[in-house]
Design a protein around this ligand. Structure first.
Ligand code: FES
Length: 109
């Protein structure tokens, strides 16, 4: 049985302060990320957050999300167009705590 995920259970504990948090808006969930996740997309998927994707390499733009606050770093510059305020989570990592807009909240949050 999969436990129900809530903003409280997903928040990083105080012993893991160095890892950036991923805040989802408007649902309010706070997800932990770690160096073990190869990308922000991997971190979201680890928390059962469904994000569309195709190439997972920065070519197609299918994973495009709106970054409301914070900063990400790209593993290498993506080839897909990235508009102002947008990110491609398949090929970046959060630098610090970030806020992402998800138009439809994940069903498990
Ligand atoms: S999945 Fe193709 S750019 Fe992210």
């Amino acid at each position: 049985m999969t436990p129900k995920l809530t903003a409280t259970t997903l928040a990083t504990s105080s012993c893991n302060m160095a890892q950036p948090l991923i805040h989802l808006r408007p649902c309010g969930a706070a997800l932990s990320s770690s160096e073990a996740h190869r990308s922000l997309l991997d971190a979201l998927e680890a928390h059962q957050v469904a994000v569309e994707f195709q190439c997972r390499s920065g070519y197609c733009g299918a994973c495009r999300l709106r970054l409301l606050a914070g900063e990400v770093k790209y593993h290498r510059e993506p080839l897909a167009f990235v508009g102002r305020g947008e990110i491609l989570p398949c090929c970046c990592q959060p630098v610090d705590d970030i806020e992402l807009e998800l138009s439809s909240p994940p069903p498990k949050l």
